[in-house]
Design a binder for this molecule. Sequence first.
Ligand code: PBG
Length: 319
Amino acid sequence: MRQNTQIRRLVRETVLDTGDLIMPVFIKEGNANPTHVPSMPGVIVQNSKSVKDEVKTCIDLGIPAIMLFGIPSVRDNCGSSAYSSDNVISSAIRSLKNVFGDDIAIMADLCLDEYTDHGHCGILDESGVIKNDETLLLYEKTALSYAEAGIDFIAPSGMMDGQVAAIRRALDSAGYQDTAIMAYSAKYASAFYGPFRDAVEVSIVNGGDRKTYQQDIANANESLREIALDIQEGADIVMVKPAMTSLDIIARAKRRFNFPLAAYQVSGEYSMICMAAENNVIDRRSAVLEALTVIKRAGADCIITYFAKEAAGYLHDDQ
Ligand code: PBG
């Protein structure tokens, strides 16, 4: 059964497809030129012009969706540039929809951490504790401005309790019933987000962390409860993150819920492969395809990955 390529193809259980891939796209307000992210080799922070070329490349490669992340020029304690009408993401959605229509699905991460001066995903009280319910109101405002700009999927990543229900209610009551939600449902407080914070220029005040709102990596049942809640609250796709350290969660979630499931191969997973390959420790192409295929084998329907364009190229060559 493993004798040669053709026989292996016949009995292959998991086939990675370009249609499974979602490409993250960083866009920085006022960025004169596209810039590199030092800790993520090959990842570029776009500006309002270059983002169109990046998205065109994704479309040409057959990638079905992008996930936008914004880097604002101004940050304050309540993240107000996240929900201003000329927000960097809303402006990008408007111009990308204008140029590309439905040739690619547009998703945007919805969170406050890129927009607050303290770097937390919500607003804080005087003692530095997250105000969950007040934060939800700002998520709703942000969701409405993205929806108004024409987004396909809102992707709330802040891990506030009730965020999916709040956003769903706000969207429905403003007439955006067709705007979908990809929920970061099981999101761990992970060391593997380090390079991403470099890309979005976020550092958490006083050397803080997100352990009061992101999940403890030691817990699995909690993830299943979080996913169940998000499905109940109206999520259209649920997500598990990071991917490589949560393959057990992906497998259990798929079996338990049989619901559209995304996995996020995060920045640290990306950079580890890049850096090991650069040092000739592993073979890059095989490692990329293996990492993505096993995420799918575990049960993910789609994968957010910084390798999306590269993998699409490999899959195209293989045909
Ligand atoms: C929050 C957000 C983060 C990531 C995606 N959305 C950072 C965090 O939670 O600290 C991490 C993604 C990655 O590491 O690639 N806006």
